[in-house]
Write a protein that binds this ligand. Structure first.
Ligand code: ADP
Ligand code: MG
Length: 281
C-alpha cells in the first residue's frame, strides 16, 4: 500500500508540468548516436510517445547522417562535410532522400507503431511543407525560405505524431537537402513552439569541446553569435537552428544528451533541466 501511494505521488509531481505544457507544441530533433543504438532509440521514442499522450503536440524531426554515410559508401560515394553540413551533389541527394525519407523515416514510424503510437512520416515535399532555395556553392543543398505548417496541424488535429525528414523542395518542385537541425529550427520558430529540443551525443554546448565539465547550461540569444564562433562541426548548425527558432517565435531551445535515458522527460518534467538551454534575452 505504502509503495503504491509513493508511486502515485511520484506521478502527481508531474501535474504542474503536464498542466503547463498540455496542448503546447514541441519540436524534437533527434539524431546522433542515440538514434543508432536500438535500445536508446526505443527509449527516446517511448519518451516521445508519453509526451504525446499527456497532451504535448510533438513534432519529431530526425537526422540520419550515419546511415546515409553507410549507404553512400556502399554505392561508391564518399560523404563530404563543411562546417557540419553535407555538401550534396545530385547523386548524393538521391541517396540522401532514399535513405532519409524512405528508410530512416519509415523505420521510426514503424518503431513508434510497435510501441503503441500513431505516427505519419513526411518530408518537406509533402504538402509543400518546406520550401527552400539552392544554397550557392553547396550543390543540392537548400536554404529554407518558408514553412507551410498546415500539414502539421492536420496531422496533430487527428492525434498523429508527425515524423519529419529534412528534404525540402524549391518553387519548381526540385528536391534539396537541408540539415535536420536547421529544418527543426525553422519549423519550431514558424509554429511558435514552446520548446525546440535537440537531442545529440554530447552533454550540451561545451565551452571547450573535449571537456564535459565546461558545459554551458544557459545561453542568451545575444550571446549566441559569440559562442557560435567557438564551436565546430555539427554543433554549428545546432546553434544556428536555436537562433532561427527563437528569432522566429519559439520560446526556448535546448541541446540535450540523447544518450542519457529519459533526458527528454527530465528536461520537461522537472525543474532541474539538463544540457544547454537557450532563451531570448
Ligand atoms: N563546443 C562543442 N560542444 C559540443 N559539441 C561540439 C562542440 N564542437 C563540436 N561539437 C561536435 O558536435 C557534434 C554533434 O553534431 P553532429 O555530429 O552533427 O550530431 P547529430 O547527429 O546529433 O546532428 C558532437 O558530437 C561534437 O563532436
Ligand atoms: Mg548533425
Amino acid at each position: 500500500m505504502e509503495d503504491l501511494k509513493r508511486r502515485a505521488e511520484v506521478l502527481m509531481e508531474a501535474l504542474p508540468y503536464i498542466r503547463r505544457f498540455w496542448g503546447k507544441k514541441m519540436v524534437i530533433k533527434y539524431g546522433g548516436s542515440a538514434m543508432e543504438d536500438p535500445v536508446m532509440r526505443d527509449e527516446v521514442l517511448r519518451d516521445i510517445l508519453l509526451l504525446h499522450l499527456v497532451g504535448v503536440k510533438v513534432v519529431l524531426v530526425h537526422g540520419g547522417g550515419i546511415e546515409i554515410n553507410q549507404w553512400m559508401r556502399k554505392l561508391g560515394k564518399e560523404p563530404v562535410f563543411l562546417e557540419g553540413r553535407r555538401i550534396t551533389d545530385e547523386e548524393s541527394l538521391a541517396i540522401v532522400e532514399m535513405v532519409l525519407a524512405g528508410k530512416t523515416n519509415k523505420d521510426l514510424v514503424a518503431r513508434l507503431w510497435k510501441l503503441g503510437g500513431k505516427a505519419v512520416g513526411i518530408s518537406g515535399k509533402d504538402g509543400g511543407f518546406l520550401i527552400a532555395r539552392r544554397k550557392e556553392g553547396w550543390g543540392e543543398v537548400g536554404e529554407i525560405e518558408r514553412v507551410n505548417p498546415h500539414i502539421l496541424d492536420v496531422l496533430m488535429e487527428e492525434s498523429y505524431i508527425p515524423v519529419i525528414s529534412s528534404i525540402a523542395m524549391d518553387e519548381e518542385g526540385r528536391g534539396l537537402n537541408v540539415n535536420a537541425d536547421t529544418a527543426a529550427g525553422h519549423i519550431a520558430g514558424t509554429i511558435g513552439a514552446e520548446k525546440l529540443l535537440i537531442l545529440s551525443d554530447v552533454p550540451g554546448v561545451l565551452e571547450e569541446e573535449d571537456k564535459e565539465e565546461s558545459l554551458l547550461s544557459l545561453i542568451k540569444l545575444g550571446e549566441l553569435e559569440g559562442i557560435m564562433g567557438k564551436v565546430s562541426g555539427g554543433m554549428k548548425p545546432k546553434l544556428e537552428a536555436c537562433k532561427i527558432a527563437l528569432t522566429k517565435g519559439a520560446k526556448s531551445a535546448h541541446i540535450i544528451d540523447g544518450r542519457i535515458p529519459h533526458s527528454l522527460l527530465m528536461e520537461i518534467f522537472t525543474d532541474k533541466g539538463l544540457g544547454t538551454m537557450i532563451i531570448k534575452d
